[in-house]
Design a protein around this ligand. Sequence first.
Ligand code: ADP
Length: 427
Amino acid sequence: MSDATRVLVLNSGSSSVKYQLIDMAWGSPRPEAGGGARLASGIVERIGEGQGRIKHEPARHAPRERYESFPDHAGALAAVADELAADGLGLDSPRLAAIGHRTVHGGTRFTEPTLITDEVVEELRELIPLAPLHNPANITGIEVARKLRPDLPQVAVFDTAFHAGMPEYAARYAIDRAVADAHQVRRYGFHGTSHQYVSRRTAQLLGKDPEAVNVIVLHLGNGASASAVAGGRCVDTSMGLTPLEGLVMGTRSGDLDPAVVFHLHRVGGMSIDEIDTLLNRRSGLLGLCGDNDMREIGRRMAEGDDAARLAFDIYIHRLRKYIGGYYAVMGRVDAIAFTAGVGENSAAVREAALAGMEPLGIELDSVRNAVRGSSPRLISSDASRVQVAVVPTDEELEIAQQTFSVVRRSEGVMHGKTWNAPNELER
Ligand code: ADP
């Protein structure tokens, strides 16, 4: 067996690159069961914008920060490689097994983590119209990384993939089929790696197989989405063609009557681009009360601020509609899992989201809910039929695990055999 067990995870944005180097030999011997330990992580910011910054956080050394100009993604990745090399974790190490790329939109073409070839890059380019803000930067990251290590397997892991198995009745909008198909208009969903990771981790917390549990996952960050995961498969999710649909978010409206767009255009005289900006960047909590940070909204509510209170109430009302909707869709719910910045940290949001749902078998324990922590934990009462959990998400780990599985499979190691990590490295 090869001792190449490290995976570099890259999340390339238009002006930033986030990275993590994860060693899959640390943790479970079955990568698909959730092993992996972080050796280093970091971010390069303001690429192509004058003075940039790299913040590098190795697991075994003090964090380092450096300000310099990164004219492009190639320069940024070279800086990442230098920082890793300084810690003895260089990208030329034979222990590096693969690079995993977070890739936002896989359309209907990519429904699984995919080994990257020239053809795959071409097909990703064809998907740019579906994610014009994200996919171009993802592709740039892939190209730069392939140039840096042309011999190394690279894997694209898609934000949409976990939702690709949604039933057709959940994925299709009720509009003219021919028009929808001609323009690839359907519900794709996003935050897929998070929903997948959290639903599986929740099953583990319950001591059950993912196939045996139905979970509602509430990913509440600045972007927010809910999903219904039945027996390990996503059966519905709140984001759609783009991440605009669904829950009230930090700056996005979530659901609204599509005719609002016609009205703002025809009556309000706004252009389509202006409406796009309004709904994606100036709506949600920010549009409602001027703040998109739930901590600030909490502080303002405590001071009796009406706008902050109304924003909170609208946010919660929408969330409750999705919880009820997904309960009805699945019929039986074993667990509700809160994750991401708001979901992991705001006891007030969790409490308000589930208040009065005892007749549905959902009962929070207010003491457990108030305890802060960084590990997965149950916050429901012992009497609650539906378990309620806080499960910190780890999209990078999920990407590393999926990347590693693809590489092992492509090497044939996973076929009928178990990959055994050195015992002394397990934890
Ligand atoms: P994203 O990855 O979508 O940018 P995160 O998952 O990091 O977002 O979540 C960021 C949000 O989490 C912040 O906007 C803030 O509202 C919220 N948040 C972070 N910490 C807390 C906290 N202690 N209490 C309430 N909300 C919090």
